[in-house]
Design a protein around this ligand. Structure first.
Ligand code: COA
Length: 321
């Protein structure tokens, strides 16, 4: 028994910001950004919230699956950029979808969030607790980014992607691995509100993304292929058995590095980061939805999904489409 993705959906904010647009904000160039990252543009919220984007992506995933909201048992939202601490984005999405039978909660594993949420749903369904789940990755990172820091503001974008999954007897997710290394959290962080109460007043840190880009790059190129090899060994497969590697979209050079380490043709690694940048937990489900709607995912294909990011966190799963 396992779980199978039955439907996908995604939504991006309307406003598209090109690299040339960014040259008006910071000292950079289209050439530098494309060369170092592969990114050409990204979508940025002008008012759309994480919940708005998530609701829209969920509606499309449910329509694609031919399901109604009341058929959802579990509603998981992976996000690191919610508008409010409470209620969770998942509970707000549940209310707007009228997914009255679902239990809903958020999960934060940064850019590995969607994958961790998918694995969480797998575990619940495998254990017989639930039969179906809506799994969402949704971010409005533009509010966490320092738009005067050219080292980070060029990288990120906003958006949401969702998948509807159900229990299945054959195929579906064949295996997964997930890892965390909290001892290396400093290389990619974003502070929240400072402690301020009648008994303490801790000086506030700027609540923006801070990153050691080189360290993150080295981590991704080393750990992601190792995680993929691990999950392939678990399922008795080799990289050659995989039709498509749907990776977190952070940087094209990272994807090239991973393809090289796995000794696989770069053509097996679909990319959309040129148009959407790094959307953290939304990256994998948005790319999956694009591939699905373009008819590039054929029944029976073997896919690896792999995400990595702040925490540090990383993971991979193998599935039959
Ligand atoms: N435009 C122009 N120049 C820039 C720039 C920009 N947007 N950002 C940085 N630079 C400059 C730096 O100031 C530095 O100049 P200096 O040599 O005069 O000091 C130079 O370019 C090189 O900077 P460096 O940070 O060493 O570049 P890099 O090759 O490591 O590329 C990243 C920077 C961020 C693109 C790259 O490290 C990266 O992609 N890392 C992974 C980040 C990531 O994916 N994070 C999310 C993970 S989920």
């Amino acid at each position: 028994m396992s779980i199978k993705i039955i439907g996908t959906g995604s939504t991006l904010p309307e406003k598209c910001v090109t690299n040339n647009d960014l040259t008006k904000l910071v000292e950079t160039s289209d050439e530098w950004i494309r060369e170092r990252t592969g990114i050409g543009s990204r979508h940025v919220s002008t008012g759309e919230t994480v919940t708005d984007l998530a609701v829209s992506a969920c509606e499309k995933a449910l329509a694609d699956a031919g399901k109604s909201a009341d058929q959802v048992d579990l509603l998981l939202v992976a996000t690191c950029s919610p508008e409010c601490g409470i209620p969770s984005v998942a509970c707000q999405v549940q209310s707007r979808l009228v997914a009255s039978n679902a239990v809903a909660f958020d999960l934060n594993a940064a850019c590995a969030g969607f994958l961790f949420a998918l694995n969480t749903a797998w575990a619940y369904i495998e254990a017989g607790v639930y039969r179906s789940a809506l799994i969402v990755g949704a971010e409005v990172l533009s509010k966490l980014v320092d738009w005067t820091d050219r080292g980070t503001c060029i990288l990120f974008g906003d958006g949401a992607g969702a998948v509807y999954v159900e229990k299945c007897e054959q195929g579906g997710i064949l295996g997964f691995v997930q890892h965390s290394d909290g001892s290396r959290g400093e290389v990619l962080k974003c502070d929240s509100r400072a402690l301020k109460n009648p008994y303490a007043d801790v000086p506030a840190q700027a609540p923006y993304v801070q990153m050691d880009g080189r360290e993150v790059f080295a981590f991704a190129v080393r750990q992601v292929p190792a995680g993929i090899q691990e999950v392939l060994e678990q399922t008795g497969m080799a990289p050659e058995d995989i039709d498509m590697f749907v990776l977190h979209q952070a940087n094209y050079r990272i994807i090239e590095g991973i393809a090289k380490r796995l000794k696989q043709d770069i053509a097996k690694f679909p990319v959309n980061l040129n148009k959407v940048g790094n959307m953290s937990s939304a990256a994998i489900p948005v790319l999956l939805d694009e591939l699905n709607r373009a008819g590039r995912l054929q029944k029976g294909m073997k896919l690896v999904l792999s995400g990595f990011g702040a925490g540090l966190t990383w993971g991979a799963c193998v599935l039959t489409w």
